[in-house]
Ligand binder design. Structure first.
Ligand code: UDP
Length: 336
């Protein structure tokens, strides 16, 4: 059984990936400093898996503490999730974002070389495309300047990995460009745990439905879309987690690789459609009003995810409705 170091494994996508790794015969080892994750996820993971997963409370930008983990576990592969991810915050604290997101990847890569680990799956984002010229966005679409320091860290990290693969041909690397992850594990035992006021649409809807927020503000309804609200490609977090398993399975068949894949449904939904679907599938009211546009928002973006289907044998299985039901189940679990 292959041992996989999952940096940021207590986070939102990381924790769901830990479950899918275990379900598909891998041994996940979580490394997380809990700077933006919550201890409660550990209980949820234990309840789903039936045991406590291996966990190191380490900062993976800290060379010595990550080295101790490599020494103790001798992993076969790394999935690198650990990073700061709030777009707005990154514009307020750019140095903190550059320091953390880039240092942690560099430390992981140095230790992979030292311990002769060949395989890495990197958590990237559709933000690397910036404001796209063409829809859907494919892996070969032109990459524009990132619209935030966060987005720029993803572009830089991808470049670092590409350069590392040129210098060390034995490396096998997959860059997974996520569109908009939503939903929660269907058990309702793990899900997203945003600190403070959520920035993202779906956690905000869920908290409004739960009465934690008074009302949701739709950031603009004067866009050039059918209902005037922005369009995104929302993907269930469990589908996303499965893509990491497929990436590790695929990478193992390659002699060398540095390949990027878009992960999305391949279709978009508007903000208004997401709210309406949440209300109808869960049968709960959500108060909302129309507000001004949010600075930096792209009008519409969705993925061409056919490469992932063709090469990784992966596609999304779960609908928007299922994701929003799972979100609500998780929100109700949190409110207990
Ligand atoms: N959005 C909104 N109200 C909110 C949060 C988000 O109308 O309280 C909109 C936002 O303007 C965007 C969409 O929902 O059009 C998705 O936003 P999110 O922050 O979830 O993802 P991203 O902008 O990173 O794609």
């Amino acid at each position: 059984m292959k041992k996989v170091l999952v940096t940021g494994g207590a986070g939102y996508i990381g924790s769901h990936t830990v479950v899918e790794l275990f379900n598909h015969g891998f041994i996940p080892v979580i490394v997380d400093n809990f700077s933006n994750s919550d201890e409660r996820v550990l209980q949820g993971l234990e309840d789903i898996l039936g045991f406590k997963p291996i966990l190191y409370r380490s900062d993976c930008a800290d060379y010595q503490s990550l080295k101790d983990v490599f020494q103790a576990e001798t992993p076969d592969a790394v999935i690198h999730f650990a990073a700061f991810k709030a777009v707005g915050e990154s514009t307020q604290q750019p140095t903190r974002y550059y320091r953390n997101n880039i240092d942690s990847l560099l430390t992981v890569l140095e230790l992979m070389e030292e311990f002769q680990v060949r395989d890495i799956v990197f958590s990237s984002s559709c933000t690397v495309y910036g404001q796209p010229d063409e829809l859907p966005v494919s892996e070969t679409s032109k990459q524009k300047d990132a619209t935030s320091p966060y987005g720029y860290t993803k572009q830089v990290c991808e470049r670092i990995l590409m350069d590392a693969c040129v210098a060390r041909p034995e490396l096998r690397c997959v860059l997974l460009r996520y569109f908009n992850p939503i939903g929660a594990h269907p058990s309702g035992l793990i899900g997203e745990l945003p600190f403070g006021i959520p920035n993202n649409l779906v956690p905000y809807i869920a908290q409004t439905a739960a009465g934690i927020r008074e009302k949701l503000v739709i950031h603009g309804n004067d866009y050039q879309t059918a209902d005037g609200t922005c369009i995104r490609d929302y993907i269930h977090v469990c589908d996303l987690a499965m893509a990491h398993v497929r990436a590790l399975e695929w990478i193992d068949l390659q002699t060398c690789a540095c390949e990027a894949f878009n992960l999305g449904q391949g279709q978009g939904n508007s903000v208004k459609e997401v709210i309406d679907t949440f209300i109808s599938v869960n049968n709960v009211p959500v108060r909302f009003e129309i507000g001004p546009r949010r600075t930096g928002d792209v009008e519409q973006v969705w993925a061409d995810a056919t490469k992932a289907q063709r090469v990784l044998n992966w596609k999304t299985e779960k609908s928007l409705a299922a994701a929003l039901q799972d979100t609500w189940r998780w929100q109700q679990h949190l409110s207990k």
